[in-house]
Every structure is written in structure tokens, then in C-alpha cells.
Design a protein around this ligand. Structure first.
Ligand code: DC
Length: 217
């Protein structure tokens, strides 16, 4: 069965393992992959570079409109400052509007797996499969702390957990495209699953939803 043209939405809160999961799903299904969080991160970074506040709507919209593919390749899109800047610009409606066409064009070209916060609710409400990937705050903080340590960044675990809670609140409580599962999303709680177990569970869910037998796709 050819999956060309199929759109799969993977949404969920920060550090739930969406990125790893979505990338692996895309590879297994032969679909392109887009990490939509990178778009917001790149906009936030441009605003910081300009010396402006990421909550500055005019500056953030200009940054979103000026975005070029090379911005997504920058090495400084992760870390606490980039995290909060991305979350702040993501609350601005004009920024979201400016990034919408890029995401839709990407998904429509050949189908895709996209991960983010609002893929199943706003960007592709008609996606063939919608996964909402979550995990407890404590587990997400543990994973983020390990990830930072692996990159040689020393961080206080309590601070990491506080930042995740802040970002959850900011992403879920914004008036525009708040983080929430689509009504028809399949929930996947990865609190007790390692990356491989989460991937196996997700792939089985996707195959079941698409009606693809396990030996194919
Ligand atoms: O997935 P991430 O942690 O890289 O996303 C960074 C921020 O971007 C996140 O705090 C919220 C925002 N975001 C969003 O609002 N909508 C998306 N589709 C993806 C990310």
C-alpha cells in the first residue's frame, strides 16, 4: 500500500518524545518529516538576535515572514532561552498565520509526518492519523535533563521541571491554537515506555488506523 499523500499528525507537550517518535515513524512509513517546533524556535531566535522581546508581536511577525530554510539549520535553536522564546512567539496569532502555509505546503506535497502542538487541530484537521503523545511532567523533566546532560549542559533538575511546567502552561493557555488533543486523536502516554516501545506502540496505532497490515508499510 502506498502511503504517498498521507498526513500523520503527532502533537503533544514539551519533551514528551514526539520528535524522536515522529522521525522514526516517518522513516518507517517512507514519508517526509517536519519538526514544526523548529519553525517557532527559528522565529524566536531571530527576535532575540534583533535584541527584541519575543512577545513583541510586530517584531515576531516580521521575523516569521523573513524566515529562510537556513534558519532551521542553526545550532542554537535548543536550550532554555530558545525554548521560552519559541513558546512566546508561538502565542502570537500573526506568527502562526505566517507559518501556516509553509506547514500545509510541506504536508500536501507528498504527505508527511509533522510534529507540533496544533497539527491535528489547526494545520491538518483532516490528517489521516492523529497521535497525541504525552508523559508525566516528572518523566518529561527527567528526559530533558538527560538530553541537556548529553549535550554537556549542566542544569538543575528542579529548574528543568519548572521550565517545562511554564512552557506547558504557556502553550496550553494561549487563546490561539492552544495545545490540546484533537477530538479524534489517539492518546499515547509514554511515561512508562522507552523510545523503542513508544515507537512500536505508535506504529501499531498508525497501521491500525490506516488499515495497513503489520508486514507492510
Ligand atoms: O516542539 P518544540 O518544543 O520544539 O516547540 C517549541 C515551541 O513552539 C513550543 O513551546 C510551542 C511552539 N509550537 C507551537 O506552538 N506549535 C507547533 N506546531 C509547534 C511548536
Amino acid at each position: 500500500m502506498g502511503l504517498n499523500g498521507t498526513v500523520i499528525a503527532v502533537d503533544g507537550p514539551a519533551a514528551a518524545g514526539k520528535g524522536t517518535l515522529a522521525r522514526r515513524l516517518a522513516a518507517a512509513l517512507g514519508l517526509p518529516y517536519l519538526d514544526t517546533g523548529l519553525l517557532y524556535r527559528a522565529v524566536g531566535r531571530r527576535v532575540l538576535d534583533a535584541g527584541a522581546d519575543p512577545r513583541d508581536a510586530l517584531c515576531a511577525e516580521a521575523a516569521a515572514r523573513a524566515l529562510v530554510p537556513a534558519d532551521l539549520e542553526r545550532g542554537d535553536l535548543r536550550g532554555p532561552m530558545a525554548d521560552m522564546a519559541a513558546s512566546a512567539v508561538a502565542a502570537i496569532p500573526a506568527v502562526r498565520a505566517a507559518l501556516l502555509d509553509f506547514q500545509r505546503d510541506f504536508g500536501r506535497a507528498h504527505g508527511a509526518v509533522l510534529d507540533g502542538r496544533d497539527i491535528g487541530t489547526v494545520v491538518f484537521p483532516d490528517a489521516a492519523v492523529k497521535l497525541f503523545v504525552t508523559a508525566s511532567v516528572a518523566e518529561r523533566a527527567r528526559r530533558r535533563h538527560l538530553e541537556l546532560a548529553a549535550r554537556g549542559v549542566a542544569a538543575d533538575p528542579t529548574q528543568v521541571e519548572a521550565e517545562i511546567r511554564d512552557r506547558d502552561a504557556q502553550d496550553a493557555n494561549r487563546p490561539v491554537a492552544p495545545l490540546r488533543p484533537a477530538a479524534d486523536a489517539i492518546l499515547l502516554d509514554t511515561t512508562a515506555l522507552d523510545a523503542t516501545a513508544a515507537f512500536d506502540a505508535a506504529l501499531a496505532m498508525v497501521r491500525a488506523r490506516l488499515g495497513v497490515p503489520g508486514t507492510q508499510a
